[in-house]
Design a protein around this ligand. Structure first.
Ligand code: PGA
Length: 249
């Protein structure tokens, strides 16, 4: 039985004072026993998460990581540094990184390796644009994005990753994928992993992301291959985020 996992992706939002209110609200209202929960915050706020969330049921993580272990890479953050600040998760290949920072699937795969080497759980994001969906290329696109990661991973490492399907056309647009559309892609992704290893595929958590809100979470999370959510906008208000976390229970 796969546990549900809900991860908040704060993107480039937050302040010390605002985060303090948000994190306290989440911790105080948190009542999930059968679902796991984490927040992925901007790197400068990882220390704040470590201070405020240590010893609570919530985990925390980052939104990106360098593919390199250390060295002359100005502006980059190494996986070992995320580890220093108690991170459990790191997003790899979010569509905003792919689109605005020209991250290729091959680079994303190297980031996944860097995360795993530091003992972090990479959350590998895949998803097609509206143009690609309308051209009937959704399956092709997400499978190619996943395959680039599968190509660099040894089979045991497959059990240490989380996948997230985030259709680009649903991110921040208020247009959620229907449960049926999301389920179809999730099942496809799981099948692709199963070709490598059936056990790893069976236990792989595949999250849905893209305008998930408290009022549509239940139907999405009821799908057999949807194991949780990656939440953007709705993760910035404790009540909304908790509404989704508790729907995952
Ligand atoms: P959204 O973002 O929930 O605001 O659509 C999701 C994401 O980009 O991870």
């Amino acid at each position: 039985m796969r546990r549900k996992l809900v991860i908040g992706n704060w993107k480039m939002n937050g302040s010390l004072a605002g985060n303090s209110v948000l994190l306290s609200g989440i911790v105080e209202g948190y009542a999930a026993r059968n679902a796991d929960c984490a927040v992925c915050v901007p790197a400068p706020y990882l220390a704040q998460c470590q201070t405020m969330l240590k010893g609570t049921p919530l985990s925390w993580g980052a939104q990106d990581v360098s593919a390199y272990a250390a060295g002359a890479y100005t502006g980059e953050v190494a996986a070992s540094m995320l580890q220093d600040f108690g991170c459990r998760y790191v997003l790899c290949g979010h569509s905003e990184r792919r689109a605005y920072h020209q991250e290729s699937s091959e680079l994303v795969a190297q980031k996944v390796l860097a995360a795993l080497n530091a003992g972090l759980t990479p959350v590998v994001c895949v998803g097609e644009t509206l143009e690609q969906r309308e051209a009937g290329q959704s399956a092709l696109v997400v499978c190619a994005q996943l395959q680039a990661v599968l190509d660099v991973l040894e089979t045991p490492a497959l059990e240490r990753i989380v996948l997230a399907y985030e259709p680009v056309w649903a991110i921040g647009t208020g247009k959620t994928a229907t449960p049926a559309i999301a389920q179809e892609i999730h099942a496809l992704l799981r099948k692709q992993v199963a070709k490598r290893n059936a056990d790893a595929a069976a236990q792989l958590q595949i999250l849905y992301g893209g305008s998930m809100k408290p009022d549509n979470a239940r139907d999405l999370l009821a799908q057999p291959d949807i194991d949780g959510g990656l939440i953007g906008g709705a993760a910035l208000k404790a009540a909304d985020f908790l509404g989704i976390v508790h729907a995952a229970e």
